[in-house]
Design a binder for this molecule. Structure first.
Ligand SMILES: CC(C)(COP(=O)(O)OP(=O)(O)OC[C@H]1O[C@@H](n2cnc3c(N)ncnc32)[C@H](O)[C@@H]1OP(=O)(O)O)[C@@H](O)C(=O)NCCC(=O)NCCS
Length: 435
């Protein structure tokens, strides 16, 4: 068993150093410091994400689909993350059925969301909606009753399944409330998880259901160090239940440097169209716009990554989807044009480590094509998908009995003194070098 193996490793080799931390890493957001366990996926700087060893292309090909379907089922991805095996079509169907069975939302959740001003950002509504469902937590109830810690993973699994069953419905409720005068659409319980989400959003094109299956699969997991994953892990390490851990994770996703970038990409392109007065700009015009963004001390949204150093395979698979389904629009052309024009400009700054597009550079343009134009909602869609990965990982953290996170912090005064002590002349008159 994985947990036994981990405990043996810890007992026998607990003192083994697996990484070091430089001053630059401490100041610069702990980039690349290997200091957390995450079972479900691993990110390679050049290859991109592998979920349980499978690349994005392999997942699209190998995961079960609906009968005669073309795109992977997120339910199947969830099984893979949890069980470490690609499920059969029947096993994926089991997850779909479970989520249909558990999808009823307590009435008070709608009331809580409805009590918020209509202009509340959809991510704020989403986070509050998830928190308000915490009244249902099995983990918290059983913990108060004195649950044995060997049962933690099981109670977390139950909460996770209940929560994932409800997430698309809460998200669709927020969308219809905010942008369609509260004209809600009843779930279609004959559909799969992503298909039903597409249905409840109110977009009728069958290809949009296909897009949602792919979209909710590829945004799910990106190893443990990214802000939404790490936040879920950190909050979960306090034994906060799946609901509290996930809502915290969604608050991290709502930051512009993380999941909010997908809405920023579209608004940044629309701004360019408005300034230039055309939605078929020349390469020179796009280049000038990118340069003016950089000159204004702003980031080019959808470009760069803390770990990746090549075009994000999640960007490329969305481009492939648009090609496969013959999706054409001036907005998509601009996205591809930026893919051509931006990297050399970003590279020429000499400081941006990754001049290539990330997942957020493409998603909005396809959503606009299907009529989902309200870009303030995009991060909620990312969040529906990300819930799969962070909650599968939370189940594993509980199964492995991982401890409360509590890294050591230091003050800048301590840091200054430390550097001084390491660089001041030693007895033989030479300075000690800090590498
Ligand atoms: C994702 C991101 C936060 C990673 O940050 P990071 O790990 O610090 O990236 P780097 O090490 O390459 O950053 C080095 C410098 O380049 C800048 N940089 C990185 N990406 C940039 C971009 N897309 N546009 C402009 N500047 C960028 C950083 O702001 C930093 O500048 P500074 O030294 O003046 O502070 C960053 O690339 C970014 O802000 N991208 C745009 C937002 C986005 O798409 N987010 C979604 C990520 S999936």
């Amino acid at each position: 068993m994985v947990s036994q193996k981990l405990s043996d490793l810890n007992k026998q080799h607990g003192g083994l150093k697996i990484d070091e931390v430089s001053l630059a890493q401490l100041v610069g957001g702990m980039r690349d410091v290997q200091c957390m366990l995450w079972e479900t996926s691993e990110l390679d700087a050049n290859e991109g994400i592998r979920i349980r060893g499978y690349s994005i292309t392999e997942l699209r090909e190998k995961l079960p689909k609906i009968p005669n379907g073309t795109e992977p089922l997120p339910e199947a991805l969830f099984w893979l993350m949890l069980v470490d095996e690609i499920p059969t079509a029947e096993e994926a169907r089991f997850v779909t059925d479970q989520w249909i069975r558990r999808s009823q939302i307590p009435e008070h959740v709608y009331k809580v969301i409805d009590s918020l001003p209509i202009e509340t950002h959809p991510m704020t509504q989403f986070s509050i909606g998830i928190t308000s469902m915490q009244t249902q937590s099995i983990f918290t109830r059983r913990h108060q009753e004195g649950m044995n810690k060997n049962e933690y993973w099981n109670a977390t699994y139950e909460d996770t399944m209940n929560l994932l069953a409800k997430i698309p419905r809460v998200a669709a409720y927020i969308y219809r409330r905010t942008y369609h005068d509260g004209d809600h659409i009843k779930p279609d319980l004959t559909l799969d998880w992503a298909g039903n989400f597409a249905h409840m959003l109110g977009i009728k094109d069958p290809d949009f259901k296909r897009l949602m299956r792919l979209y909710l699969t590829i945004h799910a997991d990106h190893e443990g160090g990214n802000a939404s994953a790490h936040t879920c892990h950190l909050v979960g390490s306090t034994l906060a239940d799946s609901y509290l851990s996930l809502s915290a994770s969604m608050n991290a996703l709502a930051g512009p440097l993380h999941g909010l970038a997908n809405q920023e990409v579209v608004s940044w392109i629309y701004k360019m169209i408005e300034i230039l007065g055309t939605d078929t700009p020349t390469d020179e015009q796009v280049a000038e716009y990118i340069k003016s963004t950089l000159a204004g001390g702003r980031v080019v949204p959808g470009y760069g990554h803390a770990v990746l150093r090549k075009p994000d395979p999640r960007f490329l698979v969305q481009k492939k989807f648009a090609e496969d389904y013959n999706i054409k629009s001036n907005l998509i052309d601009i996205v591809w044009q930026i893919f051509r024009v931006a990297p050399p400009i970003l590279e020429s700054t000499g400081k941006i480590k990754n001049p290539w597009p990330n997942v957020d550079a493409h998603s909005g343009a396809i959503l606009v094509h299907y009529g989902l134009k309200e870009f303030n909602f995009y991060t909620v869609m990312f969040g529906v998908s990300r819930s799969l990965g962070v909650l599968a990982a939370l189940c594993w953290s509980r199964a492995l009995g991982l401890g409360l996170e509590r890294p050591k912090s230091v003050s800048s005064e301590w840091l200054g003194n430390y550097v001084q002590s390491k660089t001041s002349p030693s007895k033989n008159g030479k300075k000690e070098q800090v590498s």
